[in-house]
Design a protein around this ligand. Structure first.
Ligand SMILES: Cc1cc2nc3c(=O)[nH]c(=O)nc-3n(C[C@H](O)[C@H](O)[C@H](O)COP(=O)(O)O)c2cc1C
Length: 392
């Protein structure tokens, strides 16, 4: 059996197509449509704070929506064909008063009325790291409970390899009879090396190329000294790194893959599967559908994406709108901004206030190839049908 067939069998899916978990953008309905079509849907759990008791209810709500209307039979397979995604970055400290002031100065330079900041009196961490959960007994138990209840086919980590406590490893081993595989994102060979020398087995790697939309999952090098490999080079280099070794983790490539021809290129080059995010952004199950289905098509090709860290606190590829241009311009003039999680939380609060400004404050995460979005495809189901028909 080929590596690809073995992966499909373990995940209980028909096609080597994974939907990118997209926190705040993908929905349980999107995940359900991808799984129903024979791929693997994803549920991002990174915005849920498992230090809090309501985290279980929030997860249950997402899963109710995922299961409601799921036609793909999960009975014959012990695990649920879904990917639970977490963020495992270094634990961040709350921002200093200077960082908070710099953040306010930056948004004031963008024309946000300073009175608005009275409504953002506290900076809370909007993305608590999985590592923080692992250091807390209650949070660990809550995560163990959801892993036990739902037995996801994959549990995946972005921004690093978490130090998993024994309690979770034991649960995942129990789940292993039902195939919960552990995946971690890598953007470089240094990260691939760390993954294979991890103290527990990591079954698969999401190879995230530089084209990819959303946050870059790098953890070995800072962005400044990163090789910034595109998806195909990253795959080829990783295969070369493993050549001659009897075993290797599953390799799933993510970044810039928009249609079935792209998928074929990566499968032929040796990927076990592919992961697509941007391809789903104009569908009705995406929370940013309005933006991506309304922009003028010729303009779309001309409008760049850019890797920007000043909105969330970590590098992320987003459409270079007027808002992003101004953020880039003013962030360099104000000094250090709050760390990831805190900066992102404050930005989301600000955006939620619907401030009176001529700027669209949307932070439209998207991959470099977003200009190729097929806006005739209005639903995730249609996107999947087109991808699959091109493969068969
Ligand atoms: C809107 C958006 C949000 C994303 N959010 C996440 C996330 O929550 N977790 C994650 O592991 N990756 C996230 N990513 C990155 C994807 O996993 C993947 O690397 C990317 O979608 C692949 O590139 P593509 O968008 O060009 O297909 C996100 C990507 C996008 C476009």
């Amino acid at each position: 059996m080929s590596r690809r067939q073995s992966l499909l069998k373990q995940l209980g899916i028909k096609y080597p197509i994974l939907q990118s978990p997209m926190a705040g953008v993908s929905t349980p309905e999107m995940a359900q449509s991808v799984t129903n079509a024979g791929g693997l849907g994803a549920i991002p759990l990174s915005t849920i704070n498992f230090l809090q008791p309501d985290s279980i209810a929030k997860t249950e709500w997402l899963m109710e929506n995922f299961f409601n209307g799921l036609t793909s039979s999960t009975n014959h397979h012990a695990s649920t064909p879904v990917n639970f995604n977490f963020f495992s970055h270094t634990v961040e400290q709350p921002p200093t008063p200077d960082e908070v002031n710099n953040w306010k100065s930056m948004y004031a330079k963008l024309g946000i009325p300073t009175t608005t900041f009275n409504q953002i009196s506290t900076f809370e961490n909007g993305n608590v790291s999985f590592n923080e959960f692992c250091a807390d007994g209650e949070a660990t138990r809550r995560i163990r409970d959801i892993l036990e209840a739902y037995k996801p086919a994959i549990i995946s980590f972005h921004f690093g390899i978490p130090k998993l406590p024994q309690e979770l490893l034991t649960q995942l081993e129990k789940n292993n009879n039902s195939n919960t595989l552990i995946f971690v994102t890598a953007t470089s060979i240094a990260e691939v090396e760390r993954i294979v020398s991890s103290e527990y087995t990591i079954h698969g790697i999401i190879l995230q190329g530089y084209e990819a939309g959303g946050h870059r999952g790098n953890f070995a090098h800072s962005s400044k000294y990163d090789e910034n490999m595109p998806s195909l080079t990253l795959l080829q280099r990783t295969l070369a790194y493993f050549s001659g070794s009897p075993t290797r983790p599953y390799l799933v490539v993510a970044g810039g893959i928009m249609d079935s021809n792209d998928i074929k290129v990566f499968l032929q080059a040796g990927a076990d599967a592919v992961q697509l995010g941007t391809a789903f952004l104009a569908s009705q199950e995406s929370t940013t559908m309005k933006f991506f289905s309304n922009v003028n098509q010729p303009k779309l090709a001309a409008q760049a994406t850019v890797m920007v860290d000043a909105v969330s606190g970590k590098p992320a590829r987003a459409v270079r709108t007027q808002f992003i241009n101004e953020v880039i311009q003013h962030s360099s003039t104000v000094g250090p901004l709050p760390p990831y999680g805190y900066a992102y939380g404050a930005y989301k609060k600000l955006k939620g206030l619907n401030v009176d400004t001529s700027l669209d404050l949307g932070f439209y995460l998207a991959g470099m190839n977003y200009y190729r979005l097929d806006r005739e495809l209005c639903s995730t189901k249609q996107v999947m049908e087109k991808l699959i028909s091109g493969l068969e």
